[in-house]
Design a binder for this molecule. Structure first.
Ligand SMILES: Cc1cc2nc3c(=O)[nH]c(=O)nc-3n(C[C@H](O)[C@H](O)[C@H](O)COP(=O)(O)O)c2cc1C
Ligand SMILES: O=C(O)C(=O)c1ccccc1
Length: 387
C-alpha cells in the first residue's frame, strides 16, 4: 500500500496527490483486492475472458518478451508526455478504454469514471452499453475530452440516432468496435448464468433513444420492459456487416473515426482505404476469440502496414508504465487502459479511478525518463530488444 507522507509525495514527480493510501501502486495487485469486494458474478464478468482465457494470458506474456534498453546522459530534465491523437490533445498517451455496464462495479459507474478522467485531462471513451445515458455522462465529465464507442446495431436509424446524440453531447471522435457483434463463449459468465443486460444493466442508451422507443411502441415502462429487452437483444450486434458498410459511418459522423478490434495488417490497410482515421489494435482483452494472437504481437505488423498514414492505438494487457513504453515503441500513438481502471472504480469509485490514472501516468513518466527519453515521439523500436 502507498503510505507516502506529503514530503515523499512531493519527491515523486512533484506530488502524485491523488494516490490513495488504501490502494496499491502496483496496479497488477488491484484484481485480487477487487475480487474480495465484488460479488463473484460481477468480478467474473470483469476479470474473465473467452474460453480457456489463453489469449488473455498471452496478452500479458507478450509484454515479457520485450525488454527496454535504457540510455544514459541524454538530458531528460524537461519531460513532455503530451500527444495529440485523433484531433484530441492529451497530457499523456493513455486513454480510458470503453467498458460497458460499470454499475455492476460501483453505483457511480460511468459518471465516476468520467469525473476522474476529466480531473486528469485524460480522454475517456464511453461505451454504447454504458449504464447511464451518454448525455448524463457528458454532463458529469464537463469539459473533459470524450470519445464515443459505437456498438453498431442492426437498425440503421438507431445507429444514426446514436451518432447524432453523441455529436450533440460533445463526443469528438468515434470508436467503432468490430470484434463484438455478439459476446463470445465466456465460461465464467456461462457457469454463473450471469449477463448484466438480462437484468437491464447497460441498456440506458437504447431505452432512452427516440428511435428505439418508436420501435417498441413508446417509452420503456414496466409493461413493455420485457419486450424492450428482447428488442435490445435482437438489435445489439450485426454479424452481416462488411467493409462496404463503413461508408454509412462517414455519412453520419463528421469527426475522426477509429476501428477497434483490428489484428491483421490487411484489415488495417482496408480501414485506411475506407477513409478511416485510425485503428485500435485490440483483442478485447482476450474476451472474444480465445486462441487469438496476443495483441502486442499484432501491433508491429499493423503499425508497419499503416503507421504514419493513420493513427494506430493499442489495447489488451496494459498494466504498467513500462507496458505503455513498450506499446508506444512498437508503433502505437496511444494506448487504451481497460480492466485496471475498472478495478479502481470497484475499489474506490471516482477516487479509485483517479488513483489508477495517476499511478500509470507517473510510472510512465519515470520509465520514459529513466530509459533516456524526454518525449513520446523519441520512443522508437531502438528502445527495445527481444528478451
Ligand atoms: C467488463 C468489460 C466490459 C467491456 N465493455 C466494452 C464495451 O462496451 N465496448 C468495447 O468496445 N470494449 C469493451 N471492453 C473491452 C475494452 O475496451 C478493452 O478492449 C479491453 O478491456 C482491453 O484489455 P485490458 O482489460 O487487458 O486492458 C470491455 C472490457 C471489459 C473487461
Ligand atoms: O463485456 C464486454 O467485453 C463487452 O464488450 C460488452 C458488450 C456489451 C455490453 C457490455 C459489455
Amino acid at each position: 500500500m502507498s503510505q507516502l507522507s506529503d514530503f515523499q509525495n512531493e519527491i515523486y514527480l512533484g506530488g502524485l496527490a491523488d494516490v490513495r493510501p488504501d490502494l496499491p501502486t502496483d496496479l497488477t495487485r488491484l484484481a485480487a483486492l477487487a475480487e474480495r469486494r465484488l460479488s463473484a458474478a460481477s468480478y467474473g464478468y470483469l476479470a474473465g475472458a473467452a474460453g480457456s482465457e489463453a489469449t488473455a494470458r498471452a496478452n500479458r506474456d507478450a509484454f515479457d518478451r520485450w525488454r527496454i534498453v535504457p540510455r544514459m546522459l541524454r538530458d531528460v530534465a524537461e519531460r513532455d508526455l503530451s500527444v495529440t491523437v485523433l484531433g484530441t490533445p492529451m497530457p499523456a498517451p493513455v486513454v480510458l478504454a470503453p467498458i460497458g455496464v460499470q454499475s455492476i462495479l460501483h453505483p457511480d459507474a460511468e459518471l465516476a469514471t468520467a469525473r476522474a478522467a476529466a480531473s486528469t485531462g485524460l480522454t475517456s471513451i464511453l461505451s454504447t452499453a454504458a449504464s447511464s445515458t451518454m448525455e448524463d455522462v457528458a454532463e458529469a465529465g464537463g469539459s473533459g475530452p470524450r470519445w464515443y464507442q459505437l456498438y453498431w446495431p442492426k437498425d440503421r436509424d438507431l445507429a444514426a440516432s446514436f451518432l447524432g446524440r453523441a455529436e450533440a453531447a460533445g463526443y469528438t471522435a468515434l470508436v467503432v468496435t468490430l470484434d463484438t457483434f455478439t459476446l463470445a463463449w465466456r465460461p465464467r459468465d456461462l457457469d454463473q448464468a450471469y449477463l448484466p443486460f438480462l437484468r437491464g444493466i447497460g441498456v440506458a442508451n437504447y431505452f432512452s433513444d427516440p428511435v428505439f422507443q418508436r420501435a417498441v411502441g413508446g417509452p420503456v415502462t414496466e409493461e413493455n420492459r420485457q419486450a424492450a429487452l428482447l428488442h435490445w437483444i435482437g438489435q445489439f450486434g450485426n454479424p452481416s456487416l462488411t467493409w462496404d458498410d463503413l461508408a454509412f459511418l462517414r455519412e453520419h459522423w463528421d469527426g475522426p473515426i477509429a476501428l477497434k478490434g483490428i489484428q491483421h495488417p490487411d484489415d488495417a490497410r482496408r480501414a485506411l482505404d475506407a477513409g478511416m482515421d485510425g485503428v485500435i489494435v485490440s483483442n478485447h482483452g482476450g474476451r472474444q476469440v480465445d486462441g487469438a494472437i496476443a495483441s502486442l504481437d499484432a501491433l508491429p505488423l499493423v503499425a508497419d502496414a499503416v503507421g504514419g498514414r493513420m493513427s494506430v492505438l493499442f489495447d489488451s494487457g496494459i498494466r504498467t508504465g513500462a507496458d505503455v513504453v513498450k506499446a508506444l515503441a512498437l508503433g502505437a500513438e496511444a494506448v487504451l487502459l481497460g480492466r485496471p481502471y475498472a478495478y479502481g472504480l470497484a475499489l474506490g469509485g471516482e477516487a479509485g479511478v483517479r488513483h489508477v490514472l495517476r499511478c500509470i501516468q507517473a510510472e510512465l513518466e519515470l520509465t520514459l525518463a529513466l530509459s533516456g527519453h524526454r518525449t513520446i515521439s523519441e520512443l522508437t523500436l531502438d528502445a527495445l530488444v527481444r528478451a
